[in-house]
Design a protein around this ligand. Structure first.
Ligand code: SAM
Length: 241
């Protein structure tokens, strides 16, 4: 899978892309990343990429010329790429969206700064994505989050591909609790069932904890989760009036 990133700060990505599984994916050529420095497409002697907003107001707005020229330069090299605009006004990014994006051969991320983009830039992109209902200083962190989440679905990037099938959000529920050694930590014991070797009982216990945890932390997810009538009843009993 190929990622292109259009940014004013290519150096932002250096360290995060070297670390952990993402670093390995890049070393193993399972994932490829290229950067386009937006400054190179800036206008005039000062390579300007932003200007004051028409109508007044605080902050600077990213000019359409440099951003669209950068998108067109990337598309000329990589015609099949889908262009993603990072914006807090976009579709809320999700596990499911990460999975569908991972099926694309190439994605190009356009990172904003300042007050955001001139509205006309939107006509040149395929998707608008937000990573949450908060405002970051720029699109770089959002790009890294989306790249990592999508790369996890690329075959071979995770050692154990089952990891993407069982974890939080893949089943509509949050994942069950995990424990490792030691068996006792500061007075807290590992649940007996996990030491039993009884796989059916372990599965049952994990499913129950998963439903309970989702009901407690993210009750909004339960609406779309595939629950048995017994699980549904248990969740309703536990829910506040
Ligand atoms: N004034 C803009 C607004 O209210 O929608 C916010 C601009 S923000 C300070 C600068 C840039 O950060 C945005 O253009 C976008 O690229 C990025 N950004 C900020 N929050 C984001 C989020 N939640 N998801 C994705 N990108 C975000």
């Amino acid at each position: 899978m190929k990622f292109n990133v259009i940014t004013l700060f290519p150096e932002f990505f250096e360290s995060p892309l070297k670390a952990g599984l993402m670093g390995k994916a890049l070393d193993g050529a399972l994932v490829e990343v290229s950067f386009t420095d937006l400054r190179a497409f800036g206008e005039g002697r000062h390579k300007t990429t932003d200007d004051t907003p028409f109508g007044g107001g605080a902050g600077m707005v990213m000019k359409p010329g440099p951003v669209v020229a950068a998108i067109e330069a990337v598309r000329a090299e990589d015609p099949e790429t889908s262009v993603v605009l990072l914006t807090p006004q976009g579709e809320l990014f999700s596990h499911e969206r990460a999975r569908t994006l991972s099926e694309e051969r190439s994605l190009t991320f356009v990172c904003g700064r300042y007050e955001g983009f001139d509205e006309r830039i939107r006509a040149f992109v395929d998707y608008e994505l937000s990573i949450g209902d908060f405002v970051l200083m720029g699109g770089e962190v959002a790009t890294l989050a989306i790249m990592e989440a999508a790369a996890r679905f690329v075959p071979g990037v995770l050692g154990d591909s089952a990891s993407t099938e069982e974890e939080s959000h893949s089943t509509g529920l949050l994942e069950y609790p995990h424990y490792t050694r030691p068996r006792e930590f500061r007075g807290m014991e590992v649940p007996e069932v996990l030491l039993s070797g009884n796989h059916a009982e372990i599965e049952k216990w994990r499913r129950t904890r998963s439903v309970e945890r989702t009901a407690k932390s993210r009750p909004d997810l339960l609406e779309f989760a595939d629950l048995t009538p017994e699980e549904l009843a248990a969740v309703k009993i536990g829910a506040p009036e």
